[in-house]
Each structure stands twice: as structure tokens, then as C-alpha cells.
Design a protein around this ligand. Structure first.
Ligand SMILES: Nc1nc2c(ncn2[C@@H]2O[C@H](COP(=O)(O)OP(=O)(O)OP(=O)(O)O)[C@@H](O)[C@H]2O)c(=O)[nH]1
Ligand SMILES: *[C@@H]1O[C@H](CO)[C@@H](O)[C@H](O)[C@H]1NC(C)=O
Length: 399
């Protein structure tokens, strides 16, 4: 009897220490490097990849987020669950953290000598291929962040698979069946993509998957703390000001495109709500102050019981604290920002604001907009709709 008890006790401790051990998914796995862009881009890609894994009925291996730090040559990989919870995602589809997969399953499911990287077509190497000059390859680890990403989990590839002309649009075709036919799970237990199997910006159909992406307790708490301790009681408006030098340059592409980055979120995926114009990307300081004042007045009229007491500003460069403070001084509204740069905490706070004004072109703003949509919180965009048109609609309404 004693020995049985001891045995059971031992089993319990082993399970408790190692965590519940994972069972192999007979339908296989899918993973990718979030190798394009910073957080906003990666989040768009994540939603598409999640939908794609679901359509193929493969477990999605949750990649870490790829971050770039000033003055460092190699990207940093931050575990997926640093920022977001794993559990809510399970409601939609099977997922597993990359570290858990590599530690617990890779040895059995994905032995080192069977690791194939998937890319649409051959990717040219940056360095000269010394050994094999002519052999086409995905060169999955060539350059930054490609190399550092897979190195994080000691992954090397022994071969390449070019999957073209297959694509990822699972909503408008039977492409998922073709993937399953070409790459059955018993022969290809893991599909490891050199980039996200998804489009940018996120497909319209996949926007609502945002609701499964929920902030980790650490960020949820930190946002709540900041709001409670630093902001006066009452409603607050969250602003995203995207105005760094890289953005000024990005905005120059406005003139030769129908859409730019996240712009379908306000213009519509088929431009059904208008064409691009420069102020959508780079509103002037005057326009920002005008729109903010107008929004505050609107809230006062429509929600007199929940008066705006403060403004929270998130920005990659200029927060305009002085300009905004003096503009709102007479209205008795204070203006705040985080003491230190923290893009994730900025996002989590913007998600909780009573009203939000973001940049339609920015995928960073788009993250906030989607999260708020999932809670039915109101959001607006700088200089949208276009001022002249807005004036015309107003005149029209008055008539
Ligand atoms: N702390 C902070 N960082 C920001 C803010 N806005 C942008 N950034 C930083 O700038 C990056 C912008 O890249 P993305 O997240 O891909 O979004 P985007 O605005 O579409 O920009 P690009 O894709 O680079 O053109 C973010 O990931 C942040 O690191 C902000 O309001 N606060
Ligand atoms: C999808 O995969 C799961 C887990 O492997 C399996 O139980 C389920 O039957 C699969 N669904 C379909 C439609 O094949």
C-alpha cells in the first residue's frame, strides 16, 4: 500500500514539474518565422496564420515575437506568451508554444534530420553558396531575422520545399484540401514556413480572430494600474500618433497606391469608403488638435454622464504633450504618456480607453482598432473621413 502511494506521489510530482506532457497531433503541425515587419505587421500575419492552420487542421506552433533593438545586429525573440495568453486561442484552434513543442515533441515528431523549410519559390542567398552553387533552396536562415529566429530553438533545415502555386486564401477557395493532398501529415508532420502563411494586411475574414488574442496577466494588470494610478477618474481618450521619421518616408508611398499598409481598415478592402490622401497618413498638428477637441465635445453632448477627464497619448516619436496640454487646458483635461517607451503597454492601454483615435495607415493602430471592435468600444481615425467630404455630409444632413 505504502509503495503504491509513493508511486502515485512520484507520478504527480513528475507531472507537476514537467507540466502536462503533450500528446502528438496525428494531423501535424504548422509553424513560421514572423520575419516581416515589427509588431503590427506580425500581429496581422498571426491572425492569418491562425486561420490557415485551422483550415488545414494542423496544430499551430506559436512562434515568438521578433523584436529589433537599437544598435543590435540580431533580432530578439520574445516568447509568444509574454504578451498574450495561450488558453483563449485554444477555443478557436489547437496551438502549442514553440518552446513546448521543441522541448517535448520535436524529438519524436520532427527529428533534426527531417526538417524541411517551406517557401513559395527559391529564395536567393545573400551570401555566395560555396558548397552547392546551383541547388535551389529556401535559404530559410539567411540574414536577419531569419537566422536568429530559428537559432533560438536550434533549428536547422536539411531541405527545402517550394509550395507554389499554392496560396493561403482559405476563405475563397478549396486550397486547404490541396495543401492536405500535397502535404499529408504522415509525410510532412511539420510545415515550417520561411515567412507567415498569411497576407498583409490581414484578410477581412480574419480580423475577428483578434478576440482570441488576449493580453497576458502582466500586461492586463500593468494597463489597469496605469489607468487607475496615473489618470484622473473619469473617461479618457486614447490617441495613437505615428509620426517618426520612418513613417514620414512610408507616407510618401501614398501618392502611388490605392491602399497602403492597414488602410483598408478605414477605406474598405475595395476602397468602398474612399481613396488614399496624405493627411490620412500624416495629419497636421492643427488637424489633430481640431479633431480631438471636436471628439471631446461630441462625447460631452452624447454621453454627459461620462465626461472626458484626460487624454492618453501613445507614439513612436512625438507625443505632442505640450501642444495638447495647452489646447485642452481650458477644458480641464490633462494629457498623459508612459514614463518610458513601451509599445506593448501603450497598446494595452489604448485598448482600454473610452474612445480611441488612431492612424488608419498604421498596422499598430489596426491592432488597437480590432481589439476594441471585439468589445464594441468606439474608435476613429485621424483625418477620416476626409475633411471636405465630412463638411459636405454635414451640409447634406442639415438639408
Ligand atoms: N511605444 C510605442 N511604439 C510605437 C508606437 N507606434 C509605433 N511604435 C513602434 O513602431 C513600430 C511600428 O511598426 P508596426 O507595428 O509594424 O506598425 P506600422 O505603424 O504599420 O509601421 P510600419 O509597418 O513599420 O510601417 C511598432 O511595432 C512599435 O515598435 C506607439 O504609439 N508607442
Ligand atoms: C482535426 O484534427 C483533430 C486532432 O488531430 C482530429 O481529432 C479531428 O478529427 C480532425 N478533424 C477533421 C475534420 O479531420
Amino acid at each position: 500500500m505504502q509503495t503504491v502511494k509513493l508511486f502515485i506521489y512520484l507520478i504527480y510530482t513528475v507531472v507537476a514539474v514537467k507540466g502536462v506532457s503533450l500528446k502528438r497531433d496525428p494531423n501535424g503541425y504548422l509553424t513560421y518565422c514572423p520575419c516581416m515587419g515589427r509588431f503590427g505587421n506580425q500581429a496581422d500575419h498571426f491572425l492569418g496564420s491562425l486561420a490557415f492552420a485551422q483550415a488545414l487542421n494542423r496544430t499551430l506552433i506559436l512562434p515568438p515575437w521578433v523584436e529589433y533593438r537599437k544598435g543590435q545586429m540580431r533580432s530578439h525573440q520574445v516568447p509568444f506568451d509574454t504578451y498574450f495568453e495561450v488558453e483563449p486561442l485554444q477555443e478557436y484552434h489547437r496551438v502549442v508554444l514553440m518552446s513546448d513543442f521543441m522541448n517535448q515533441l520535436a524529438k519524436e515528431v520532427w527529428p533534426a534530420d527531417e526538417r524541411i523549410s517551406f517557401c513559395y519559390m527559391e529564395r536567393k542567398s545573400l551570401q555566395q553558396e560555396r558548397n552547392n552553387p546551383d541547388k535551389p533552396s529556401c535559404h530559410a536562415k539567411d540574414g536577419n531575422p531569419f537566422g536568429p529566429f530559428w537559432d533560438t530553438y536550434n533549428i536547422d533545415f536539411v531541405g527545402s520545399e517550394f509550395y507554389g502555386p499554392l496560396h493561403f486564401d482559405v476563405h475563397h477557395s478549396a486550397i486547404a484540401t490541396k495543401w492536405q493532398h500535397n502535404y499529408p501529415a504522415d509525410k510532412y508532420p511539420v510545415l515550417a514556413f520561411t515567412g507567415a502563411p498569411a497576407s498583409f494586411p490581414v484578410q477581412h475574414e480574419n480580423r475577428e480572430l483578434q478576440k482570441y488574442l488576449q493580453w497576458s496577466p502582466k500586461y492586463r494588470e500593468a494597463a489597469r494600474e496605469f489607468i487607475r494610478k496615473e489618470l484622473p477618474r473619469g473617461a479618457f481618450i486614447g490617441l495613437h500618433l505615428r509620426n517618426g521619421i520612418d513613417w514620414v518616408r512610408a507616407c510618401e508611398h501614398i501618392k502611388d497606391s490605392q491602399q497602403l499598409f492597414a488602410s483598408p481598415q478605414c477605406l474598405g478592402y475595395k476602397n468602398e469608403r474612399g481613396q488614399l490622401y496624405p493627411e490620412l497618413c500624416m495629419p497636421t498638428k492643427e488637424a489633430i488638435i481640431r479633431q480631438l477637441k471636436r471628439t471631446i465635445k461630441n462625447v460631452r453632448q452624447t454621453q454627459p454622464n461620462n465626461e472626458v477627464k484626460s487624454v492618453f497619448v501613445a507614439s513612436d516619436a512625438s507625443h505632442m504633450i505640450d501642444e495638447l496640454s495647452s489646447a485642452l487646458n481650458r477644458m480641464d483635461i490633462s494629457v498623459h504618456k508612459l514614463p518610458q517607451d513601451n509599445p506593448y503597454l501603450d497598446l494595452a492601454i489604448l485598448g482600454q480607453s473610452n474612445h480611441f483615435i488612431g492612424n488608419c495607415i498604421s498596422s499598430y493602430s489596426a491592432f488597437v482598432k480590432r481589439e476594441r471592435d471585439s468589445h464594441d468600444f468606439p474608435s476613429y481615425f485621424w483625418s477620416f473621413p476626409k475633411e471636405k467630404e465630412r463638411h459636405q455630409t454635414k451640409v447634406h444632413e442639415e438639408l
